[in-house]
Write a protein that binds this ligand. Structure first.
Ligand SMILES: [Zn+2]
Length: 196
């Protein structure tokens, strides 16, 4: 008997752009929950073709935590520092599909199965491949978000407190991540040019 519980997240709720009525309308779908004046600022940068430049100036460096082993080490370091008492993580990996299939940037899955009369459970943490070759703060934000779910299942006040405890700029960085995704969707690359 197997029981799998999947926990989301980070942008499950962000509807991916439904086809826009007007082809010229800028689909700021990743930012639709932010105040209009912030959306306007981003839209102006998109119009002026300057959003990528803005992001690269703000985050001049990318991390090199680009494989599953270094990702696991990185997540474990944060977990051991802030969330030591939470259940162990059996797997930490980059995932190339969750962005498309689950509309998620990170995923925390909790798998429990009955094996030989005993209940065994496993926690897994997946990070979208979109976070390879990005500023380290972006990767940290996703990892922190999913780690916080080990303790708080919902996106409630306690959850975000925990996120800010691990990453004080959590909210600002989440905004910047959404700006990054906007630019990525519009132009195909932001920090590292695609390899041929
Ligand atoms: Zn979440």
């Amino acid at each position: 008997m197997i029981n799998i519980a999947l926990m989301c997240c980070v942008y499950n709720a962000w509807s991916l752009s439904s086809k826009s009525e007007s082809p010229m309308a800028l689909p700021l779908t990743y930012l639709s929950h932010y105040p209009q004046h912030l959306q306007d600022q981003v839209a102006q940068l998109v119009d002026a073709n300057k959003l990528g430049e803005w992001l690269r100036a703000r985050y001049p460096q990318v991390h090199n935590i680009n494989n599953d082993k270094t990702l696991r080490d990185y997540a474990m370091t944060i977990k051991n520092q802030y969330m030591k008492k939470t259940p162990p993580l059996s797997k930490v990996i980059y995932d190339s599909k969750i962005h498309i299939v689950n509309h998620a940037l990170g995923l925390h899955s909790y798998v429990s199965r009955v094996q030989g009369g005993k209940l065994k459970s496993k926690n897994e943490l997946r990070v979208s491949e979109l976070f390879k070759n990005t500023p380290q703060a972006f990767l940290t934000m996703i990892v922190v978000h999913e780690l916080a779910h080990l303790k708080e299942k919902d996106h409630n006040k306690a959850f975000y407190q925990l996120c800010r405890h691990m990453l004080p700029d959590y909210h600002q960085i989440e905004f910047d991540v959404r700006v990054y995704l906007t630019e990525l969707e519009n132009t195909g690359y932001v920090f590292v040019p695609p390899t041929a």
